[in-house]
Design a protein around this ligand. Structure first.
Ligand code: ATP
Ligand code: ZN
Length: 288
């Protein structure tokens, strides 16, 4: 039976746009999916299933979808038989403990004997166990942040990003419990056909090159001929940059791919070494 590889994505939520953008950068065209449960790509043997994020780990475990994109927080919480194939670098957030403003914790030990409301009981219990803390965990499926003001819990453990929701409920970030980002998962035990495996490997290679490109930038600058050695020494990854002649015989143009996070650390040094007309460009795709 020849079928397409099935990828589960969040239907509507914080991960949807970024997941579709990743596929687009991989050169995979997806038509407008609004109101549809499944969409098949026109130029890649991939069928997309749009689901609630909470259901994705189980559907992947059971083979309803071959792979899925979902937050690591959900994957770990659901304790399904799935493995992470790739960290995707978007949808970053933290599962954190938060206390009422006037009841800040000085250390983790103060959690002993407290009641904590959360939608992440497994992640929280794991954290408490690792830190030898005995606390009572109450599972709530939503609106966890109102639990302390209702007198249901002393503190909460939930996803926090800006902290605005916390502030509105007079809560304050306390300890970090879990770092999360979107991940690509597959079932631990289910086998797929050789053809589907080939498609999966092709997709993974494309995702890898998009990720690599995100971590890199294309640097262009003009330098005095006499500074070439100095410039190369400033950037370790500049072992063999492209060097071009300019109309001005005393100048050279230097082009190189550098790690994105390096640029701001070295810009002053580059300028001191005489670099001018510095341009930093994004790279869309980088073949490994
Ligand atoms: P669904 O209707 O699919 O169940 P949801 O309301 O459970 O959606 P979203 O709020 O869309 O989920 O969040 C999906 C995932 O996005 C989270 O599980 C988490 O991994 C990630 N995420 C990133 N930043 C945040 C944030 N600031 N708040 C909540 N989730 C975030
Ligand atoms: Zn959800």
């Amino acid at each position: 039976m020849n079928r397409n590889l099935k990828l589960a994505l969040q239907k509507k939520g914080r991960l949807t746009d970024k997941s579709l953008e990743l596929l687009k950068l991989c050169g995979i065209d997806i038509e407008n999916h609004s109101e549809r449960l499944t969409v098949t790509s026109r130029n890649f043997p991939l069928e997309i299933l749009f689901l609630r994020d909470d259901d994705i780990p189980e559907y992947v475990q059971d083979g309803v979808a071959d792979i899925g994109i979902v937050g690591l927080n959900v994957v770990v919480e659901k304790q399904t038989k799935t493995t992470v194939l790739e960290n995707l670098g978007f949808g970053r957030c933290n599962v954190m403990l938060a206390t009422p403003d006037n009841k800040a914790l000085k250390n983790l030990e103060e959690l002993n004997g407290k009641t904590i409301a959360t939608s992440y009981p497994n992640i929280l219990n794991d954290f408490l166990k690792k830190n030898n803390i005995e606390a009572k965990v109450i599972e709530l499926s939503g609106s966890v942040e109102i639990a302390p003001s209702l007198g249901v819990a002393d503190l909460i453990c939930d996803i926090v990003s800006t902290g605005n929701t916390l502030m509105m409920n007079k809560l304050k970030k306390s300890f970090n419990v879990f770092d999360s980002e979107a991940v690509l998962i597959r079932s631990k035990e289910r086998k797929i056909s050789d053809t589907l495996n080939k498609t999966l490997n092709d997709l993974l290679r494309r995702i890898g090159s998009v990720q690599k490109a995100r971590e890199s930038k294309y640097l262009m600058m003009n330098i005095p001929k006499t500074s070439l050695k100095k410039i190369i020494n400033i950037i370790p990854s500049l072992k063999s940059p492209t060097v071009l002649h300019l109309a001005d015989e005393n100048m050279l143009a230097v082009h190189a791919v550098i790690p994105s996070d390096q640029f701001w650390k070295i810009i002053d040094e580059l300028k001191t070494a005489g670099a001018s007309g510095i341009l930093l460009l994004p790279i869309e795709n980088m073949i490994l």
